[in-house]
Design a protein around this ligand. Structure first.
Ligand code: BG6
Length: 284
């Protein structure tokens, strides 16, 4: 480990265990609760990730902002927690490793619940000039394992009305604010003027968030992901969310990388899936 790198495990909000990480290029925070990255910031730049001032930091409850790991299902499931159980369980911190100044933290999901097919999950968070994430899931059962996964990333933006998302033109999407109507994206870029909640299907290439107010472009490159979810709750929905400020919809946008809805994955016994995302920002 180089001198400039520091990894320390301490107490975060709500007394939850949290890792602070400092590299030559960036600072990051990761809660073991959900293996949840809550911060990535380069000196002199605004935080890359949005974190709500109203977020709960409580065992069994999701953190609002950062990068929730959504697994093994996306969205509601009857009688079960919205967006699966990975984001509300404490993960194990296994190790950290340094490579040319970047630090990779490795986490493991504790164990599959008794009433669920056997799987193992590992999560790698690499902090350096960029923020890179990898979620690996292995089917440990003797039957196929059908799953959804998603890195539900909340980005900080200056003002949502001066934001556009590029890279999804031509893709089909399910419009959750229109009863999952199937649509085709015809615009070069997506702009925001109301509640937006869309699952873009079969979208494997990178997307970019252009932020006129913060004068930066965030690029989201991915591998092993066929779905891209774009979400902003806007005014009315924000008001219904207890762990989200009424005006915070202006300062965030979610562009999520995963495999959901008809892009869900089927793993054969012993098979491993890998979902990789790399985030970086550049000046506009
Ligand atoms: C998005 C979904 O990914 O997550 C939205 O598409 C949902 O429908 C949002 O509202 C937030 O979900 P939650 O459970 O974190 O409030």
């Amino acid at each position: 480990m180089e001198k400039s790198n520091r990894v320390s495990l301490g107490q975060g909000k709500g007394g939850l265990p949290k890792i602070d990480l400092h590299t030559e290029w960036s600072d990051a925070e990761i809660y073991l609760h959900g293996a949840h990255v809550t911060k990535f910031q380069r000196p002199g730049e605004p935080p890359l990730l949005f974190l709500s001032d109203e977020s709960l930091f409580e065992s069994g409850k999701p953190i609002r902002g950062g990068i929730p790991i959504i697994f093994p299902w996306f969205g509601p499931r009857e009688g079960k927690a919205m967006h699966g159980f990975a984001r509300t369980r404490e993960w194990k911190f296994l190790s950290h490793e340094e490579d040319n100044g970047a630090v990779t933290l490795r986490f493991a999901f504790p164990e599959a619940p008794d009433d669920f097919p056997k799987f193992t999950a590992e999560y790698f968070v690499t902090v350096g000039q960029t923020l890179a994430l990898e979620l690996k899931i292995t089917n440990q059962a003797n039957e196929n394992f059908v799953l959804e996964n998603c890195l539900h990333t909340y980005f900080t933006v200056g003002d949502i009305s001066a934001v556009s998302v590029a890279g999804l033109k031509g893709a089909e999407y399910l419009d959750k604010v229109d009863n999952f109507a199937r649509q085709k994206e015809t615009n070069d870029v997506i702009k925001f003027s109301g509640e937006t909640d869309r699952v873009y299907l079969a979208t494997e290439s990178a997307t970019e968030i252009r932020d006129e107010q913060l004068r930066r472009v965030i690029s989201i490159a991915k591998e092993g992901s066929r779905s891209t979810v774009v979400w902003n709750p806007w005014i009315a929905k924000a008001k219904t969310m207890a762990d989200f400020g009424d005006d915070e919809y202006r300062r965030m946008v979610c562009v999520e990388s995963g495999n959901v809805a008809e892009n869900k994955l089927t793993l054969a016994p012993g098979e491993t899936s890998s979902l990789k995302v790399r985030l970086r920002a550049r000046p506009l």
